[in-house]
Design a binder for this molecule. Structure first.
Ligand SMILES: NC(=O)C1=CN([C@@H]2O[C@H](COP(=O)(O)OP(=O)(O)OC[C@H]3O[C@@H](n4cnc5c(N)ncnc54)[C@H](OP(=O)(O)O)[C@@H]3O)[C@@H](O)[C@H]2O)C=CC1
Ligand SMILES: O=C(O)CCC(=O)C(=O)O
Length: 431
């Protein structure tokens, strides 16, 4: 059984297929908006999906042929846009689902972009740096026919750092014969990256938590938080929570993590992991398993790792008032049902983590005009967009007396529907 067969068996058997999950939510939201089912049929499939073979000469002299994908969901609002994931559990349905979420995210924040996403089935920790660079360059070569600054603009996601983005943009530029920085975002700043992009997703997550705390009348400086995932998004989220005075008591990664009921020293933890060490090796706090993380007595719980973490098995333990979905798709429908029964305020992924694509959009704008903003300007613009998105979703929630997740889907779909109508893909009778 290949790794992909195992992933397929797991997502099918346990009702965790992200594509089925997002399709169900699209269908019910289209119904709740009173639109014809035709709209659902237009939104449920990406317009284009490419599968590529990625042969890499390994250090031992043998060739390994990896598989990669790029999914483009909808391009009626602008070029498609979204990250590239390197992970052993990448699956075609996951990539398609992630591209649909990207469309919704951009729509909620009124970004002139559609949804895209890419992935390669690989465990990057098993590759040498040279092998990883070859894989990254090969992937970009293979998807070159369908990407470009006016077509589809990749970016980072799980296990793809600015260094990986640097290799990718260089490969594209070498192929085309000149510099085209706007073909990809999340680049190192020296070659056209934007100030503030590295921290943008975590900054955005914390802005949505701040807005949610206002709704719930919670004093953040007297609140506690626990985080799953301490990569780009998790670590930056922890940094900004700490700055706001939130006591971050627990963080984990795939190997486990640490807990201190009096609050972790986040700046120290950030420098601890900087040179490649894992949070699970930090000895100035108690060790913690990913299983125990869910049951901690905290006010804010933040999944910032991968999909399908808040499930019917883990959700019952959650005691938080706010679940802020920094990761994409961290909650299964069964887990979500339990969060609803517990009356937990969920900031849904397509709103919560939209700060990343927002600053990626700013990066692309700066690349196109070849003029660069200071970090304060980027951060100010990011804050405006996040608050705008949060307020629109909150308004829909209050108008319809529904949950934030349903409200976010409805705001996103409403926005896309306006473009579908303007292009006459749909008729008045579909609405
Ligand atoms: N990067 C971005 O700008 C954006 C990312 N996102 C989403 O945020 C999430 C995190 O992405 P990002 O931070 O970029 O990725 P990174 O690769 O930087 O970090 C991922 C983190 O998740 C941890 N992790 C992976 N699997 C598990 C597991 N089974 N249990 C606990 N922790 C685990 C990793 O641990 P370890 O290091 O041990 O593997 C690592 O700490 C993803 O869902 C991504 O799609 C959303 C919007 C934008
Ligand atoms: O920065 C981007 O363009 C996309 C980020 C991303 O992949 C995501 O929001 O899930």
């Amino acid at each position: 059984m290949t790794q992909n067969d195992k992933v397929e068996a797991d997502i099918t058997t346990h009702n965790k297929n992200p594509l089925e999950i997002v399709k169900e939510l699209l269908k019910s939201s289209v119904e709740d908006l009173g639109f014809n089912e035709n709209i659902y049929h237009l939104l449920k499939k990406p317009i284009r999906v490419l599968e590529v073979s990625l042969p890499v000469r390994m250090d031992d002299g043998n060739i390994r042929n990896f598989t990669g994908y790029r999914s483009q969901h909808l391009d009626i609002l602008g070029p498609t846009k979204g990250g590239i994931r390197f992970h052993p559990n990448v699956h075609i349905d996951e990539v398609k689902a992630l591209s649909i979420w990207m469309s919704l995210k951009s729509a909620i924040l009124d970004l002139p972009l559609g949804g895209g996403k890419g992935g390669v089935i690989v465990n990057p920790s098993e590759l040498s740096e040279r092998e990883l660079e070859e894989l990254s360059r090969t992937y970009i070569r293979k998807i070159t026919p369908i990407i470009g600054p006016q077509k589809d603009i990749p970016a980072p996601d799980v296990n793809t750092s600015p260094t990986v983005m640097g290799w990718m943009v260089d490969e594209y530029d070498q192929l085309r014969g000149y510099n085209i920085p706007g073909m990809l975002t999340g680049k190192p700043i020296i070659i056209g990256g934007s100030q503030g992009r590295l921290a943008a997703t975590g900054r955005g997550v914390v802005l949505t938590i701040r807005e949610a705390a206002k709704v719930l009348k919670m004093d953040l400086s007297a609140s506690t938080a626990a985080l799953q995932g301490f990569g780009n998004v998790g670590s930056m989220t922890a940094k900004f929570l700490y700055k706001l005075g939130v006591k971050v008591v627990a963080v984990t990664n795939a190997k486990g993590g640490v807990y201190d009921k009096n609050g972790l020293d986040i700046p120290e933890l950030l420098s601890f992991v900087k040179d490649g060490r894992s949070v699970s090796e930090y000895t100035k706090a108690d060790p913690l398993t990913n299983e125990d993380l869910f049951g901690l007595p905290v006010d804010i719980f933040i999944p910032a790792a991968i999909e399908n973490q808040i499930t019917k098995n883990t959700a019952p333990a959650i005691q938080a008032k706010i679940v802020a979905e920094a990761a994409n798709g961290p909650t299964t429908p069964a887990g979500d049902q339990i969060l609803e029964e517990k009356n937990i305020f969920v900031i849904p992924d397509i709103l919560c983590n939209a700060g990343g694509v927002t600053v990626s959009y700013f990066e692309w704008v700066q690349n196109e005009m070849n003029y660069y903003w200071k970090e304060e300007e980027v951060n100010k613009k990011l804050e405006e967009r996040m608050v705008f998105g949060f307020e629109n979703v909150l308004k829909m929630r209050e108008e319809k007396n529904i949950r934030m997740r349903n409200a976010a889907y409805m705001v996103g779909i409403n926005h896309i529907v306006k473009a579908l109508r303007a292009r006459s893909w749909i008729k008045e009778s579909d609405l």
